[in-house]
Unconditional design. Structure first.
Lengths: 246, 246
DNA sequence: GCAATAGTGTCTTTGAGACACTATAGG
DNA sequence: CCTATAGTGTCTCAAAGACACTATTGC
């Protein structure tokens, strides 16, 4: 039997049906707090529960495209030009969805601060929630969120992705607040400042400064934009916590 | 409509069928070279081509279990007690499989040196191939392998997973050869030795030594086993290569 | 003036890497 | 004896972090 002949006699229905969804852990910083985009589900299962935005992958749509579409439906356009989107992990335990075997390909997104989310798709509402308050999620989305946070915290160390959380032009202080919000710990302002500028390609000066000083006083800060580095060398390491190592 | 009622009226066939496979990038070190497990496909599509071992996920089987099963079929038992297995990435572009929409959840495995592989499943042959010689793979397995190698090289830096490539008791020299094979560059023996012993929890002494010296002379080396660290602090960083950063 | 922030100077400690060296084995 | 490897000593340089300090702004 040749390959052509084989393919002609092939029936997709011979295989057990599995549905595929994408779910997005979309993170942003609002008022100095790390927030995740959640939707209130308007349909069964888990109607009325909070969940990560997501939905079924359409035929002939790549996984990346599906994730981008789901994110757009809840946040509006505009964001996506500057947001970072990457695949996180796939969750496929039998029974994680009561309907049938559903595979969820989770994505992780970093977005600059956005005004407000909007409902879209099968969600009856969508809003940003501080990550500490995001509990009781539908399906296994609690575990997905936890994995996404781990990944995000680690990626700030060795990639310049913190710049995906701020506007196109930003100050070193704003960048420091991103790190503080994601890592959940304060960073020494002086050392952070010097460190960021010392990493080749992390940020580049625009030459400008902010129009005003800080809200509670202080000099005008210089403005920077993201540099061309894809990895930070040397990395910005978190202080090693004894737990997590063993 | 309540949730019970909703589920009763739900028909899985309403959704487009997607098949799910797991494919495993299984790595080991043989004769100082990093090798990947490949199978010769006995069935269409790509019959006669080399590919990563893998197959369809069975109903009610977790993804992890499917990956473990596929690995076992080609390598025999015994390995698995000591092998490391982790999810790598999911590949789902429409058209990556000519039969139908197939989602491949790729896994990455590290195994100690094994005698020989064996055919199993729908493979007509299975063997270890040095990674530089693993070209022309079926489907998008070339890209999967490349992603797996990237992940493996990065993980040696900040995790003790190099110990998954060696026997339960090993010498520092053997560990160094793992790093050299995976990274493709020689490491300074003296500095590596001191560095490994200085990282808390990386290795712990067994008290014993090898029975004989090296094949070409040299003193008997002390034996170690893997320690209890899950992350290396400080990490064993590769020398920063200018390419790859920008 | 006072408080808060931007940005710099400097010192200490740690770690990476280069190099040299000794000791121990096989052939 | 020769060679290869195990393991250690030591020096230099880079980087992290602590601390101090100046300068500039809003109130």
């Amino acid at each position: 039997m040749g390959e052509e002949e084989f393919l002609a006699g092939y029936d997709a229905r011979d295989y057990p049906a599995v549905a595929v969804t994408v779910d997005v852990v979309a993170l942003t910083i609002r008022a100095g707090r790390l927030c995740v985009l959640l939707v209130e589900r308007g349909e069964h299962p888990f109607a009325g529960h909070r969940a990560l935005p997501g939905g079924f992958v359409r035929p002939d749509e790549t996984l990346d495209a599906a994730a981008l579409r789901e994110l757009t439906e809840e946040t509006g356009l505009g964001v996506l030009e500057r947001a970072h989107l990457e695949q996180l992990k796939t969750y496929g335990d039998p029974g994680r969805d009561p309907r049938m075997r559903v595979l969820s390909v989770a994505y992780l997104a970093f977005a600059p601060s956005l005004p407000e989310a909007r409902a879209g798709g099968d969600a009856s509402a969508a809003y940003w929630v501080p990550v500490e308050e995001a509990s009781g999620l539908a399906f296994d989305h609690g575990a997905v969120l936890a994995d996404g946070l781990d990944r995000a915290r680690a990626k700030l160390e060795y990639t310049p992705l913190a710049t995906a959380f701020v506007e196109r032009e930003f100050t070193i202080g704003e960048l420091r607040q991103v790190y503080a919000a994601v890592w959940g710990e304060e960073l020494h302002a002086g050392n952070f400042h010097r460190k960021v500028l010392s990493v080749p390609g992390f940020v580049e000066s625009t030459g400008g400064t902010t129009a005003k000083g800080g809200e509670r006083g202080g000099p005008r800060a210089k403005l920077y934009r993201a540099g061309d580095a894809r990895l930070l060398h040397p990395a910005l390491l978190r202080p090693a916590r004894e737990d997590g190592i063993r």
